[in-house]
Ligand binder design. Sequence first.
Ligand code: FES
Length: 143
Amino acid sequence: MALYSEKVMDHFRNPRNVGIIENADGIGEVGNARCGDIMKIYLKVDNDIITDIKFETFGCGSAIASSSMATELIKGKSVHEAMRLTNKAVVEALDGLPSHKVHCSVLAEEAIQAALKDYFTKKGLPFLTMPMTHRADCSCHEC
Ligand code: FES
């Protein structure tokens, strides 16, 4: 059996929503202390709807595929729906990741959460994070 699903390979080879957004309404940047990879997310929000989202990553293929899928999953959704996006949902949408690569999907989720937090902060609104129980299947021991 192949290590990576066809969806992972597709999003790795043809990543969606790569780039930056000038004058973004929310920007989030996070890094993974274990592998040193970095992820940056840009959001454009209109009337609480995410009208555009872009990402840049200095990361592995799984991080690229995870970011690509994660941005597709929340593009066009409300900021509140986006807050509920979990790395587990991203992994499921990719038809799975090897267990030692699940932490790469966490990086995408964390970058989106950071961008949403930035958006809420700029609007002067409180940002309540989701409980992190969904990360139980990540093996990195850091999230
Ligand atoms: Fe670092 Fe994948 S190995 S994000």
